[in-house]
Design a protein around this ligand. Structure first.
Ligand code: FAD
Ligand code: SF4
Ligand code: SF4
Ligand code: SF4
Ligand code: SF4
Length: 415
């Protein structure tokens, strides 16, 4: 019997899934089994979109359809839980769903659950380790300029052993180290460089290829069983003969630990670099005011942020932000910094989707990092409430209206 805490080598027993899966198809096999056993009503995950640089979310209810989603899409930068909540859960909040989550997705799940946007009891989170994602337009540019290859001739992309690797239609492989690419202004999104959530242990399972050795490379998934729910999922899949499982060898566990440690250090290095460049005190404030002064008030950052959920956003209140003014005054950004910064999970959506390329994620993450240093609150790792989330929005709106107070969240005790 598989139990919480187990570290396993896993592969699909269905040859088609094993062939199509990224590293043995364990994730696809488990998702299929969850649908067949009616443990979940649907699976929400990613499939290839227009081309291999484009990822699209998909909701699947037919177990036979799930194989279409096998494989990793390293240019899949969407934040899964926000899309899930906006579409599927908006239509049916009680649906039971299996979801594949990267580190940032897993963190967003928890922060959204704290804000009653997602009910974790209805979710099975199949986590995937994540070394980073590349923006689709950056990937095309990088393939053209650094690899000297037409991006439309690429049939497979992967990130392995620190390299971005492409395979072209004529069977050729070419890889360039991510360090080199990033030194020259290409590579992963800036938030991914700063990310330290490499193994998403707040998911029910954490699946990846780190630690897989010898002839198992490429056809076996290393799975950490993180919760009782995760153990249940695994035991069901074993019983249904969907997957084979064996304990991961001690050497594999050691290697995986070392790679995770190295990636965490790399995240620290990038944080230092990005945050230091912003200066301190007034210098930092001036930089933030200057950077945000290009804003066209399109609200995209708010609509796509997992922390922003309010039906009545303060940035739309005419007495706070005068309507029709573009760029908006700095108060627009101050509101977001005040409301979001303590819980920012560094998912990058507010930066990558900003039409004028404001480094929103870097700015917010920088402030989050300072707040974490001051108050110790670490967002996205468990259900601990952040400083500003001890009140619910409708109650707070009512209290504001009835008392005329200007303190949005009543976080400090009276007296
Ligand atoms: P499969 O059976 O192939 O299933 C993969 C599942 O992942 C599918 O359901 C698919 O829809 C979903 N998926 C694909 N792309 C995305 C995406 N962008 N966002 C959300 N879901 C997605 N493992 C490591 O050990 N080290 C790494 O550095 C690492 N980096 C990764 C980076 C990315 C962007 C992704 C998506 C995965 C990464 N992995 C990494 C995990 C690894 O690539 C495999 O996903 C994992 O080993 C499971 O393999 P599998 O054959 O069991 O999965
Ligand atoms: Fe992966 Fe972290 Fe980037 Fe999310 S933020 S895509 S978990 S590296
Ligand atoms: Fe993600 Fe930006 Fe919101 Fe932070 S502020 S959680 S980086 S969208
Ligand atoms: Fe985000 Fe604040 Fe607007 Fe709510 S009021 S949506 S937290 S900016
Ligand atoms: Fe301003 Fe960019 Fe946010 Fe749009 S996405 S409101 S332009 S900061």
């Amino acid at each position: 019997m598989v139990a919480k805490g187990d570290l396993l080598y896993v592969w699909s027993l269905d040859k088609d899934i094993r062939d199509k899966g990224e590293t043995g198809g364990a994730v696809t096999a488990v998702l299929k089994c969850m649908l067949e056993s009616h443990m979940v009503d649907a699976v929400y995950t990613m499939k290839k979109g227009m081309d291999l640089y484009d990822a699209r979310p998909v909701l699947i209810t037919d177990p036979n359809e799930i194989i279409r989603t096998a494989g990793s899409i390293h240019c899949g930068t969407l934040l899964v839980p926000k899309q899930l909540a906006k579409t599927v859960l908006n239509a049916d909040p009680n649906m039971k769903i299996g979801v594949v989550t990267k580190g940032c997705d897993s963190m967003a799940m928890y922060e959204m659950a704290k804000r009653n946007q997602i009910n974790l009891d209805n979710i099975v989170m199949i986590g995937v380790n994540c070394g980073g994602t590349v923006r689709p337009n950056m990937a095309r540019k990088m393939v053209r300029e650094k690899f000297g290859v037409d991006p439309d001739t690429v049939v497979k992309e992967e990130i392995d052993k620190g390299q971005f690797i492409i395979k072209t239609a004529d069977g050729n492989h070419k890889g360039i180290s991510m360090d080199e690419l990033e030194e020259h202004g290409y590579g992963r999104r800036s938030n991914c460089r700063r990310c330290k959530m490499k193994v998403p242990r707040q998911a029910d399972l954490a699946c990846g290829n780190w630690g897989v050795m010898g002839d198992k490379v490429g056809n076996t998934t290393f799975v950490e069983v993180c919760t009782e729910k995760g153990a249940l999922v695994m035991n069901q899949a074993i019983e249904a003969k969907a997957i084979a499982v064996e304990p991961a060898p001690p050497k594999a566990i050691e290697i995986r630990g070392k790679v995770e440690g190295a990636m965490t250090k790399l995240g620290d290095k990038w944080r230092n670099k990005y945050f230091k460049a912003a200066g301190t005190g007034n210098e930092r404030l001036e930089m933030v005011i200057k950077e945000t002064s290009r804003c066209i008030k399109c609200y995209t950052c708010i609509e796509n942020c997992p922390i922003c959920y309010c039906e009545e956003c303060s940035t739309k209140k005419p007495y706070l932000i005068p309507p029709g003014q573009v760029p908006p005054g700095f108060m627009f950004h101050m509101i977001r910094f005040m409301h979001v910064a303590d819980s920012c999970i560094n998912c990058g959506q507010c930066e990558e989707l900003c039409p004028v390329d404001i480094e929103n994620s870097r700015l917010m993450h920088m402030i989050q990092s300072d707040i974490q240093g001051m108050f110790g609150y670490v967002p996205g790792v468990d259900m601990t409430l952040p400083v500003l989330a001890i009140a619910t929005e409708p109650e707070e709106r009512e209290r504001l209206k009835s008392t005329g107070t200007d303190q949005i969240f009543k976080i400090f005790k009276e007296g």
